[in-house]
Design a protein around this ligand. Structure first.
Ligand code: ASN
Length: 309
């Protein structure tokens, strides 16, 4: 009972209203920027025979419809690749809910949610350099819009956001690993005053391996400064059948659910592309200057939540 009172009392805090105003402005500016850049907006898909296998272990999130196993969407990655083949769909974005039933090991994470919203986008024939520059412009645009329209909210929460002018720096993971060791992301995020990109991570099979330099990957993360950590990840994509198969085998994946996806790749239906996805709650947390990700939603979905509602 006390927990219920604490919860409803917490909803009266002025920051709750301030964050709601900022959330609306963030979504408005993210979508506005992409529409102005000629992107088409798609609606999310919630269940499918396939979803993102992710780079780390989570509990399966599956349902059954008339004997058919369907996975709840962990990310829109494969649907983005397929959607790009539709007429005129050269640049797309989706605001999509993602379900990731994270294991209890990371229950103290200030950055993980069991369900979150991802601003996911993909561009046909794009290179990693083009997407990095798109993201650079997108982030600066949203921060500028929030500062313009939500100054009262930022002031109330004691949050001061700088004006970012210079291009965000780009590092490669090998160079940071050599300099700072395996915790380079955390260390660099804490030391940095501006968001920055890190390229070349070995992770999911769909991130493109550099065809000229095997073992090197054309992918990238955007890391927020001031210790806020990772905010976006993306990549050029594998789209050629043989290479997809090779990468899947490398990770010992079960290929059964991927029959149609692999057949589509074999027939050349998957176009070359690059894209990425930005975690909306993480962005909101960084912009609002909150340290706990649960502080930017009304309904707590952090790992270890008791699911009050
Ligand atoms: N959306 C990300 C991407 O486009 C993938 C992810 O969320 N795991 O690369």
């Amino acid at each position: 009972m006390e927990e219920l009172k604490r919860y409803f009392d917490s909803l009266q805090h002025p920051d709750v209203e301030a964050i709601a105003n900022i959330r609306g402005r963030v979504l408005h500016s993210l979508q506005g920027y992409m529409l102005e850049a000629g992107f088409k907006q798609l609606m999310p898909v919630l269940m499918s025979p396939i979803t993102d296998p992710l780079n780390h272990a989570v509990y399966p999130a599956e349902i059954k419809y008339e004997q058919r196993p369907l996975k709840l969407t962990a990310s829109m990655i494969f649907h983005k690749q397929i959607a790009l083949s539709a007429k005129g769909h050269d640049k797309i974005f989706i605001v999509a809910p993602n379900i990731r039933l994270e294991k209890a090991e990371i229950k103290d994470s200030q950055n993980h949610l069991l369900e979150f919203s991802q601003f996911d986008f993909e561009v046909r024939d794009a290179s990693m350099t083009q997407v990095i520059s798109l993201v650079d412009g997108l982030i600066k645009h949203v921060v500028k819009e929030v500062k313009l329209h939500c100054q009262a909210e930022l002031t109330q929460m004691g949050r001061q956001l700088p004006d970012y002018d210079a291009p965000f720096p780009i590092y490669s993971s090998d160079e940071l690993l050599a300099e700072h060791g395996p915790l380079f992301e955390k260390i660099m995020s804490e030391q940095s005053k501006t968001p920055f990109f890190v390229t070349n991570y070995k992770r999911e099979f769909y991130d493109r391996e550099n065809p000229e330099r095997r073992g090197s990957y054309n992918n990238y993360d955007l890391i927020y400064p001031e210790g806020y950590g990772e905010g976006l990840s993306g990549a050029e994509r594998e789209f050629e059948y043989e290479q997809i198969l090779r990468r899947m085998h490398e990770l010992s994946m079960d290929l059964t659910p991927f029959g149609n996806y692999l057949e589509a790749a074999k027939r050349g239906y998957l176009p070359p592309s690059a894209g990425g996805g930005l975690g909306i709650e993480r962005f909101l947390k960084f912009i609002s200057g909150k340290r706990q990700i649960r502080d930017v939603s009304l309904f707590d979905r952090s790992v270890g939540t008791d699911f009050l509602f």
